[in-house]
Ligand binder design. Structure first.
Ligand SMILES: [Zn+2]
Length: 399
């Protein structure tokens, strides 16, 4: 399978210049908002940020006076191929129909201001290529292929058992260009495996971490209990997905191992609020309420302990509409700037794009959004989606 985009098919991004006037830029590192600046983007990169008022010949010009300019948002835990919340339904779709539904999901994510998405199970590198070649309109995509699970994992995962099978499957996926590897290391709220069960043996996990490291990539893991989180961190997993039941030992390991925490509270919130999960029985719903509340407590603990936290959502089907709600949910226990950093700076670190994505500065990619209002005083400016005024991806105005 061809891994990289064919340069002959990648539409040249050259000779496009965009000038944004009157941009009050939020520096997500310092939390300061600049006085009005002119941002010049050329060939998809920010080439100049200044107070210059000179005209740039042939450039598209726009004024964003009165709004706040931020880096394009990064969702570090999404499932772009899960257009339905009913996995049995997805499995009944033909590949072409599934691709069409996925294209719609991708487009909508970009329209919410997510200019980069890390898919944590389902998206293969073909989708990444289709976006790079502009066959699809969507966020920059980091794709890891299937979710790897031991026997007992739920639908839409690839089952691998034993060190040799793990290595064989990961080698194939990494050869095909996966950006990361996703393992299921514990049960889940709605999976058949109990939430407190541990998945994969130590030898299997070490084999996966080793294979990813050999390819200069990394492993992210689905885990819930403190025991599962600590075990994953000790064995070299780099990003902890969900992690709703953290304890002090987990926190110490996050800091010691330079690992990342990617909570996904929106997916539980959507069930608690009755937007999704209508098929769940009463016992499961009660369990989700606890998982959500403990998740908020874990986020607060991680935040005040200095753990590096990414923005994740883990939504499916109808729930996808709530991708921005994670801002409001996190705002209950974190400062607005901390939440914004998760969705920009830290997201870029997680995917290895520090300095290129997640910041508005010269030399970075021209991925940015403009919102009406001040997100530092009110995260609803981001979570409602209604204040979104402009989306620029790769130097081009989407809307
Ligand atoms: Zn997920």
């Amino acid at each position: 399978m061809p891994v990289r985009s064919d340069p002959r098919r990648t539409r040249p991004r050259t000779r496009s210049t965009l000038v944004l006037r009157d941009a009050s830029i939020l520096d997500v590192e310092t939390g300061e908002v600049s006085s009005p600046r002119t941002i010049v983007a050329h060939d998809g990169d920010i080439v100049e940020i200044s107070t210059s008022t000179r005209t740039v010949p042939g450039a598209q010009e726009l004024s964003v006076v009165g709004s706040t300019v931020l880096p394009g948002l990064i969702d570090a835990h999404a499932h772009v191929t899960q257009a339905s919340g009913d996995f049995t339904e997805i499995l009944s779709w033909s590949p072409s129909y599934h691709a069409a539904r996925t294209a719609e999901v991708l487009h909508r994510m970009l329209l919410r201001g997510f200019t980069t998405v890390r898919d944590m199970g389902g998206a293969d590198t073909g989708l990444r290529r289709a976006i790079e070649e502009r066959l699809l309109t969507g966020p920059r995509l980091k794709a890891g292929g299937p979710i790897f699970a031991p026997t007992g994992g739920h639908a839409l995962t690839r089952v691998v058992d034993g060190e040799a099978e793990v290595r064989r499957a990961l080698r194939a996926e990494l050869r095909d260009g996966a950006d990361h590897i996703k393992l299921t290391l514990s049960g889940g709220v709605i999976s058949k495996m109990r939430i407190d069960s541990l998945g994969f043996s130590e030898a299997e996990i070490l084999a996966a971490v080793d294979e990813a490291a050999l390819a200069h990539r990394y492993v992210g893991a689905h885990v819930y209990s403190a025991e599962a989180v600590s075990r994953a961190l000790r064995l070299g997993v780099r990003t902890i997905e969900h992690g709703n039941f953290l304890d002090e030992e987990c926190i110490a390991l996050f800091l010691e191992r330079d690992a990342y925490y990617v909570p996904t509270l929106a997916t539980f919130w959507a069930i608690v609020e009755g937007h999704t999960g209508q098929h769940l029985d009463a016992a499961k719903r009660t369990a989700v309420v606890e998982v959500f509340e403990r998740g908020l407590e874990s986020l607060a603990l991680a935040d005040r302990s200095g753990v590096r936290i990414g923005y994740g959502t883990d939504l499916h089907g109808e729930g996808l509409a709530f991708q921005l709600e994670e801002f409001a949910i996190r705002g209950r226990v974190q400062d607005p700037l901390a939440v914004i950093r998760s969705a920009t700076l830290t997201g870029a670190e997680i995917i290895g794009e520090s300095g290129r994505l997640g910041v508005v500065r010269e030399g970075a990619k021209a991925d940015l959004i403009a919102v009406n209002g001040d997100p530092l005083s009110d995260l609803a400016v981001l979570s409602s989606g209604r204040a979104l005024r402009l989306i620029v991806t790769d130097g081009e105005v989407l809307r």
